[in-house]
Design a protein around this ligand. Structure first.
Ligand code: SAH
Length: 397
């Protein structure tokens, strides 16, 4: 821990007051059916949540459940159908009204109570047995909704109550992608025009380069572009503090096996549902079936040359910002050559640019089972078997 404030401004020179009302934009987005539909239609996401609940009915039957950020109420309805005694579907945005319509239309009005509130403002007579939520953003932490999940844990969950999910792992692996790097350079190139309608744009050349390289690249990462195994950072939602989620540092060390260019760091996450009958996992890894979270790449401002046997060390420092995102500072050094590379990438809660479209849904699961890609180490014991269906077969499910 340092003395640095936990929450940083998103942009140099812009004070939080100057930025748009981040929460208003955020909740207005989630009040739209198109936004909710995009998540519902991510079939990996919705299926895994349904499996987590329906394969663990013992954890829900007769229980009081609270759904943090219910959206359309889909997770609340799963819990109700799994036999929950009562479900509080807490949704801050106007989508709460739509959730009520669905509850009524599905005959679940008596079991599911929709609360159109921020979970931070909810007060209940009695704590609940289970919290369920889908507070996961790109690179896990973007949107900063995990903080609300932890607030709900402290205020509304019984001691020892279950959290669905209760744990996530953020992975960071170096990649080589010359085409991506050149594309960003090319975009900035416009500002090196000396005569644009008679105006010299070159005074903004460096700003343009910095801007494009400060943007996270959200999209699928081809597994073969990863050039070393990922380093992991664990998030135990049962025990972690708000501070630990607002600022954290990943110390990384990567062993290189070939001459290549390290263009940046790819991020993705896995999550665990602590079912007492069967643990269920969600993976957003490059080799797993694609989800609307894709993967996130942070480019370096200049590539780092690496060779076989080289060790690349450094830090990835994540600091929550005022745009419901994170400033990610990457600082790497090739320990063998002493050459350094760094960059700061700024994420924010602008959700539209990674809207899910079904054309991009490519299943890599079969490929991953047979090929030894870097960065494919499962986050959890039993995760690989669960993905290939072995665990289900063994448990007779
Ligand atoms: N549970 C739904 C929606 C997930 S998206 C599903 O799985 O499909 C996250 C939802 O949480 C959004 O609808 C958003 O408006 C809501 N949300 C985010 N922060 C919240 C908070 N602090 N209190 C209540 N709702 C919140």
């Amino acid at each position: 821990m340092t003395d640095a404030p936990a929450v940083m401004p998103a942009f140099d020179g812009a004070t939080p007051e100057m930025l748009p009302d981040k929460d208003k934009i955020y909740f207005n987005d989630y009040a739209t059916l198109v936004q909710q539909q995009g998540m519902l239609q991510d079939h990996v996401r919705t299926s895994v949540y349904q499996f987590a609940v329906y394969e663990n009915k013992d954890d829900f039957r007769g229980k009081r459940v609270l759904d943090v950020g219910a959206g359309t109420g889909i997770l609340s309805f799963f819990c109700a159908k799994a036999g929950a005694a009562h479900v509080y579907a807490v949704e801050a945005s106007g989508m709460a009204l739509k959730a009520e319509k669905l509850a009524a239309g599905n005959g679940l009005k008596d079991t599911v109570t929709v609360l159109n509130q921020r979970v931070e403002d909810v007060r209940l007579d009695e704590r609940v047995d289970v919290l369920i939520s889908e507070p996961l953003g790109i690179a896990l932490v973007n949107e900063r909704m995990l903080e609300s999940y932890l607030v709900a844990r402290d205020a509304l969950l019984k001691p020892g109550g279950k959290m669905y999910p209760d744990h996530s792992v953020l992975h960071a692996a170096p990649f080589c992608d010359e085409a991506l790097y050149n594309e960003q350079v090319q975009k900035a190139q416009f500002w090196s025009t000396q005569n644009f309608y008679g105006i010299d744009l070159t005074p903004l050349q460096t700003d343009a380069h910095d801007f494009y390289f400060s943007q996270p690249v959200v999209g699928h990462v081809a597994p073969h572009t990863l050039i070393a195994d990922s380093v992991r950072h664990d998030f135990d939602f049962n025990t972690m503090t708000l501070k630990e989620i607002q600022t954290f540092t990943m110390e990384v060390e990567y062993r290189m096996t070939a001459i290549t260019q390290l263009h940046g760091i790819a991020l993705w996450f896995d999550s665990r549902f602590p079912g007492s009958q069967r643990q269920v996992f969600l993976s957003t890894a490059p080799h797993a079936p694609l989800t609307h979270w894709y993967q996130v790449r942070c480019l370096l401002k200049a590539p780092l040359p690496v060779g076989p046997g080289h060790v690349v060390r450094g830090t990835l420092r994540f600091e929550a910002n005022e745009s419901r995102g994170y400033n990610v500072h990457c600082a790497l050094v090739n320990a063998n050559t002493g050459v350094e590379a760094e960059n700061t990438v700024v994420t924010q809660c602008a959700l539209h640019h990674f809207q899910y479209t079904s054309q991009q849904s490519v299943a890599y699961a079969g490929e991953a089972a047979s090929a030894a890609y870097y960065g494919t180490t499962p986050s959890y014991p039993g995760q690989a078997e669960a993905a290939s269906g072995e665990a289900a077969a063994q448990s007779g499910a």
